[in-house]
Design a protein around this ligand. Structure first.
Ligand code: CS2
Length: 497
């Protein structure tokens, strides 16, 4: 049933797409490229691009160019397809497919660095959005500041931004080109799940510009806006079987096919410096302060995903939808967030705590999406602050115990341990702290308690307040042992009772 051997979706054969599939309802040649997006991965293709298509279909012909800074390249995927691809929304047996046509051009930095710089120096382009994952900002998670010891940042500075390998390096080089071209002000919009993502982006760009020398940092302060955003839609990496089903429905091969849930939300802080697309036409919320939305989303939906995925992986579940069907894991996760996180959350109309939590768990139950526990567990060092540590800090400030959040943190350390040969070597640890965890496992020679305490002492992740708390380290180390020694459902079963 695959479309192997079938023609690839492209502008030429768009009219052959099956009638049940919605194709772009506009003339693509009328689009003007006003946005550049960096990081054209599955999430972007199913979220910001899907919103933009609604903006265009509402009568605003805004096109977007897509750049990938890091592998995999986007040109081999969307180049032969003239930027066209399909996105499918799936819920149970129901699914709806739409061909997205707002991407006017794609470029990979490795192959076409000059074109990538030129796109950001084009006066018609006034907005740059980005999804480069949490670690793409090269910041210290505990502080939100640029990490001067980051190997990529050191490379970019040592080579005077001649061939930048990082997002901050690329943006500074591109903004220098933009200033030289006299192209004017620009909105730089992070769409990654970091609390205060606009503040972090501003921090790393200004620090990089400062370190590179000259007076570019001053120009950036005067000409660039860094609105914070909250983005939401569950979009796992596309599975081969899903792609095959989509291709069979399309009647054409589609290397860019993505699949996500129906739910979507995008909230952007109203602080722009340059013209921007009328995103409101697609239901995007433009608000004075996006912080409350970010906190609710990351501390409830994302925290539930992280907790269920770490415990789920340890318990042998493949997908987060399997983990949430495990009554002990779901009961624990729901109770942890309800008891320890919700009491400290801001009130956001439409995102009320208990209902938002119930809806989040329901979304994770969507078995049509194959969201692997291991995918969500990847890079937890970059995600844990906004999902679990900041809520823990609020309980501490209120003088409350937080056995649930401490167990979830222990689940991450147990997941790191389980990736070490000394503790079973069940999987490969995909995380920037993988090297540090491997060294710690060697140094502690199979002593799980020492491994747990050593991990918790990583200040760039846990911050000095948590990293230096010996009593917390003892409690978490005990929970790590319980999770590794017994079956994870047993270790959490008592909590919800
Ligand atoms: C997930 C997110 O992989 C992960 O870290 O928790 O990608 C999540 O699916 C999205 O934030 C949902 O909006």
């Amino acid at each position: 049933m695959t479309a192997a051997g079938a023609a690839r979706l492209s502008a030429r054969n768009l009219s052959q797409v099956q009638d049940s599939i919605r194709v772009p309802q506009f003339a693509r040649e009328d689009l003007t490229t006003r946005i550049v997006h960096i990081g054209v991965g599955a999430f972007h293709r199913c979220h910001q691009a899907d919103f933009l298509q609604d903006v265009v279909e509402a009568g605003h012909p805004v096109g977007m160019a897509g750049i990938n800074l890091a592998p995999p390249g986007i040109v081999p995927v969307l180049g032969p397809q003239d930027g066209l691809y399909s996105r499918t929304l799936a819920d149970g047996d129901a699914c709806e497919t739409r061909v997205i046509g707002v991407i006017t051009e794609v470029a990979d930095h490795a192959a076409a660095p000059a074109r990538c710089l030129a796109l950001l120096a084009d006066p018609a382009v006034t907005t740059v959005t980005m999804t480069v994952t949490e670690k793409g900002y090269c910041h210290i998670p505990a502080t939100g500041e640029l990490d001067p010891g980051h190997a990529g940042i050191r490379h970019d500075l040592d080579t005077r931004l001649a061939a930048p390998a990082t997002l901050p390096g690329f943006l500074v080089a591109a903004l220098a080109a933009r200033r030289a071209a006299g192209a004017g002000a620009i909105n730089l919009i992070s769409c990654d799940n970091i609390a205060g993502n606009g503040v972090v982006l501003r921090n790393v760009v200004l620090a990089m510009a400062g370190a590179a020398g000259g007076d570019l940092a001053r120009w950036i302060e005067d000409h660039a806006a860094f609105p914070s955003t909250m983005v939401d839609r569950i979009v796992p990496a596309t599975r081969a079987a899903d792609r095959a089903r989509i291709e069979a429905a399309l009647g054409l091969a589609d290397a860019g096919a993505v699949m996500g849930e129906k739910f979507r939300q995008w909230v952007i802080e109203d602080s722009f410096r340059a013209p921007r697309p009328p995103w409101e036409a697609a239901g995007v919320e433009i608000v004075a302060d996006v912080t409350p939305h970010e906190h609710v989303k990351m501390r409830v939906l994302n925290a539930a995903q992280t907790t269920l995925s770490l415990l789920g992986a340890l318990a042998g579940h493949e997908y987060s939808a399997d983990a949430v069907r495990d009554p002990a894991l779901a009961g624990f996760t729901g109770a942890m967030i309800a008891r320890e996180t919700l009491p400290h959350l801001p009130q956001v109309p439409g995102m009320e705590g208990a209902a938002y939590l119930a809806r989040s768990l329901e979304r994770i139950r969507n078995a049509a999406l194959g969201h692997r526990c291991q995918q969500i567990a990847t890079d937890t060092s970059q995600k844990i602050r906004q999902r679990l540590l900041d809520p823990l800090r609020l309980t501490r400030a209120a003088g409350e115990a937080a056995p649930g959040l401490e167990t979830a943190i222990a689940a991450w350390i147990a997941w790191l341990a389980a990736g070490q040969p000394a503790f079973g070597g069940r999987w490969e640890v995909a995380d920037p702290v993988a090297g540090a965890a491997a060294a710690l496992a060697r140094d502690t020679r199979g002593d799980l308690g020492a491994f747990a305490r050593g991990t918790l002492a990583l200040e760039p992740i846990f911050g000095a307040d948590l990293a230096q708390d010996a009593a917390l380290a003892d409690r978490v180390a005990g929970r790590v042992s319980a999770l590794m020694d017994g079956a994870p459902p047993m270790a959490v079963a008592g909590y919800a009772a």
